[in-house]
Design a binder for this molecule. Sequence first.
Ligand code: NAD
Length: 377
Amino acid sequence: MWIGVPRESAAGETRVAVTPETAKKLKAAGHRVCVQRGAGERAACPDAAYEAVGAELVDAATALGAELVLKVQRPDVPELAQMKSGAVLVGMLNPFDAAGLQTMAQAGLTAFALEAAPRTTRAQSMDVLSSQANIAGYKAVMLAATHYPKLFPMMMTAAGTIKAARVVILGVGVAGLQAIATAKRLGAVIEASDVRPAVKEQVESLGAKFIEVPYETDEEREAAQGVGGYAKPMPPSWLARQATEVAKRVAQADIVISTALIPGRPAPTLVSEAMVQSMKPGSVIVDIAAGRGPGGVGGNCPLTVADQTVVTAGGVTIIGETNLPATVAADSSALYARNVLDFLKLVINKEAGFEMPADDDIVTACLMAQGGEVKRK
Ligand code: NAD
């Protein structure tokens, strides 16, 4: 198959959907791999490395005009205009953006959004949400440590003792777990909150403390089970008790890393303005939900500004980086490219090219558009 790998055009996007490692495997499987010049340069994948494994270096039109186009982010309008009707597109296409899906359907694409893959064992090797969230969790702690004017570990020195940083993690999915593990390695004291009770054991196994908020009604217990492993919105009664518990910890915290998300919904507000005011000068909040709060504004904290670092009058730094994986582009791309390659094994082969399997839950879940229509399940 003629496979195209365009250079990502979205602002701040540094990742690439195919690395020399996966280009080599696609070539070995009998495909023609056309990589736009410079596509991987921001991810430490120079053009020469693609050439060395037999990929062709091409212009944007050739990469976008391929039978199968592999992207990180959804193509924008100028990119869509260069793609061929009937082409197959694989990327992180934002399954919850109905208008975006419509534009891909109208362009005649067969489009697969990898974020929509089920969180099952078989889909694990193509789980882009996990591969990228893991990196986001790590980088959030690194950013916090860089902006925090103190140290993370306790230090007993001849000049006196330095206390360990207190870190609060809100939302303990893939990003939150990695944030706990990373902060722990740096010597912090960590507490974490999540709506899902299953998380408690994972938090404790990483050496952090789980912030207990008991469930008092059947409605609360039912909501806490979530759906498909994901969180559901919790009843206001539980959220109010959680806010009380979280507020106590946030007031004592040096660092807050918030990662709480609910698929297809605005991110819950967990760090209120009043809580930020209660924090000590020099404290840092890294809001991984930046840009995903109500109305696309804020994040888990209403004071978060997407893609900006702001310092409040009280001296609290709030970091609203919306694309943390792009700040670790080489490893993010390496993992993403392997996710893409594993997905491709389900839908392409040397003889027939693209072939939609008759009954495959992963492929069906990822299919967003085909034959001019939005197909999202
Ligand atoms: P996510 O990014 O959708 O959300 C992050 C976290 O925020 C979740 O843990 C969620 O419960 C939490 N959250 C939501 N509302 C909250 C609130 N009000 N207060 C506190 N926390 C709140 O989550 P994710 O990292 O994509 O993980 C989602 C699920 O998928 C998890 O159950 C995870 O274990 C599971 N998972 C399964 C596999 C697999 O089996 N293949 C792989 C990866 C993840």
